[in-house]
Each structure stands twice: as C-alpha cells, then as structure tokens.
Write a protein that binds this ligand. Sequence first.
Ligand code: MN
Length: 252
Amino acid sequence: MIPVADTRRVSFGEMSAADPVIELECRPSLEVQGEHGRFPVGRIWCVGRNYAAHAREMEPDAERQEKPDPPFFFFKPATALVSGGGPVPYPPRTTLLHHEVELVVALRHGGRDIPPEQALELVFGYGVGFDLTRRDVQAEAKHLRRPWSLAKGFDGSAPCSFLVPCSRIGHPRRGRITATIDGELRQDGDLSEQIWAVPQLIAELSNQLELLPGDLLFTGTPAGVGPLLVGDRAVGEVAGVARLTIDVTPPI
Ligand code: MN
C-alpha cells in the first residue's frame, strides 16, 4: 500500500530470535474498537510542546509573523504502556507527577522520509493517552542538562485508550481534548491548536529514523498540565475519538 522505504531498508543484523535464551514477559498491545485482534506496540514516540498558547492563537496573523521551531521528540519504552487505563501506581523518586493528555496516533506502516501529503497513509488509528511526567525529575534534568529519559519513560508512564481505526473516524484535525481530574476540568484544548499537525509530525520524525509498523506517536498536550495525587481519577478525552480513565494508586 505504501511505496516508501522498503527498498531502502537498512539491516542492522539478525533481528529475529527463533530460539531465545530468555523469555520476554509481555508484548505490549492495545485493544482496537470493534475488532477482536489487538494492535501490537513496538515503540512510543512523543513530541514536545505542540500547542500554541491560547492568547497567541487568538491573533489572526500570528502564523505569518513567526515560523515555529521544528518539533522535537523523545520516547518511552513500549513497556511503559498501560493498556486501556485503570490503576497506575504513583511512581518512585518523585513528588510531582503531572498529567499531559494527548492524542495518540498508531502506525500500521513504516517508512523513512515520508512526505507530509503521504503521511496519513501510514496511520492505523487514533486513541487518547496520558504522557505522565515526573515533573520534578524533568526540571532537575533540564537544570543539569541531563537526559529526560527517566522523567518521561518510567514504568506506567504511558496509559493509552483503545484505538479507533481511521477507517471508522477518518483523520481528526479538530476536536476538543480534555483532562478532568476528580471531576475538575484541568486541560481543555482543541486538536486544531496543534502547532505541528499529525502529517507534519510523521514526516519530520521519518526524516530522523525509520518509522515502523506498531509505532505510537503521542502528539503533545494543551495547556493546563498539573499534579496527580494518590487517589485521583484522571479522565482524558478526545471528542469523537476515545476516552481514557486512570486511577492513581499508592506506590508499589
Ligand atoms: Mn507530552
């Protein structure tokens, strides 16, 4: 279906393990709305700040004034996935766990150097996720110019809803995205406020590495991020796509 990448695929050595010397405990996957089969998750890519400030968006000519910086990416291990939500233990070594509600894109095809106009052909479907963040750990890492990895990629840091295939809902360009914590609306934005839309994100990331089937992309969060406490129930929703509920439970 996609004419890109396969002929340029680089081999990095033997990838299969027909006779593994250890067994992996799990293969992360997500439920698919309306289907029995599940979506296997290979990698979780995330984009940094991707929603313009509300005030700036209200200015009709803001886009012409200034070119936004290119998107920047980080990632979480697939084992950070919390499939379908539910209980999420408060992570260790933090006192400032933050919620970031995000539209999640799931890729059915891979490729490199994907043009934006072809990028949506890679998409399997969409869901909603929380990019959970140890904000105090991230702040310290920024201050010390160290990697964010453990601020973002800890166990349980990527709760994600079921996926809705794009064959059902198309490719949402607008729609309300909210996070409600114990009944209080904390994040309230719209997908149309994304600085870099999904096709541009896929194109940009595919210029930096080969995208693969099974990749997820968390597409950034609107304003209003804030702390989660033990006992909180957090509901993330993208209107017309999916809803995700997590319950923050005591540390393990
Ligand atoms: Mn985020």
